[in-house]
Design a protein around this ligand. Structure first.
Ligand code: ATP
Ligand code: MG
Length: 230
């Protein structure tokens, strides 16, 4: 499947119940995420935020209703969804290989110059410059030196290399101190300025910069609007 910009995501009357369970988790969600929109998804633990994320990525199929990217069900894309969609989770995973290899997971053809470019953009160039083998340092060897914030920045660098039009952040700054968190959020918002950004978060820091905010409550949209309206 190949689709072209602009990219619009749409949920129509989406219900979801996990297989082999009885309890419905999402109860009729309607939402449009416009091209380039910055959307924050808020809600208590267990309200269904990550479930909604897996439906958006097409990892799960709604039990009723549709989730579409440019009018095609997201579940139909299979692995090709990764051409359009990248994700940063709570604890970004680093593989036990070099920094360069970890970054090239986003784009295997990336040149060293491109790697340094994204490292600059996420504010890690200086740190990597100081390592003995620079981008060829194994993360295992550098492992102890990577703080939580730096791991998030590496994950973000990988996403920037991948350069997909839609980026989903599922509580990407959990476990960071407030100052590092603010710095990571600022980097994310600046570097992903032209992309569709879906940001799942527990708290309000930074959401004033978003276009649309939704509150999930027990699998329903309890509130929806721009930061000014809420
Ligand atoms: P948190 O803020 O804690 O990450 P969340 O809003 O992301 O919470 P979800 O992970 O979407 O919440 O979970 C919503 C509900 O679905 C919860 O009641 C959870 O127990 C249930 N659930 C999540 N994953 C599964 C699964 N794989 N199988 C069955 N039930 C699940
Ligand atoms: Mg979650």
């Amino acid at each position: 499947i190949s689709i072209e910009a602009p990219y619009e995501l749409q949920l129509k009357n989406v219900h979801y119940t996990y297989p082999h369970t009885r309890k419905e988790i999402l109860h009729g969600i309607n939402l449009t995420i416009k091209p380039g929109e910055k959307l924050a998804i808020l809600g208590r633990s267990g309200s269904g935020k990550s479930t909604m994320a897996s439906l958006l990525r097409g990892d799960r199929i709604p039990t009723e209703g549709t989730v579409t990217l440019n009018n095609i069900n997201t579940s139909k894309f299979g692995d090709q969804i990764t051409n359009y969609f990248s994700v940063i989770n709570q604890s970004p995973y680093l593989f036990n290989t070099t920094i360069a290899n970890n970054l090239r997971l986003g784009n295997e053809d990336a040149t060293d110059e491109q790697l340094w470019d994204v490292l600059h953009r996420v504010g890690l160039a200086e740190m990597v410059e100081s390592l003995p083998d620079k981008i060829n340092t194994k993360v295992e060897e550098a492992g102890l030196r990577f703080s939580g914030g730096e791991r998030h920045r590496l994950a973000l660098a990988r996403v920037l290399l991948k350069d997909t039009p839609i980026v989903l952040l599922d509580e990407p700054t959990v476990g960071l101190d407030p100052i590092t968190e603010q710095a990571v959020i600022n980097t994310i918002l600046t570097q992903l300025k032209n992309k569709t950004l879906i940001w799942i978060t527990h708290h309000l820091q930074g959401i004033e910069k978003m276009d649309q905010i939704i509150f999930l409550e027990d699998g329903k949209l309890a509130m929806q609007g721009s930061p000014d309206q809420l």
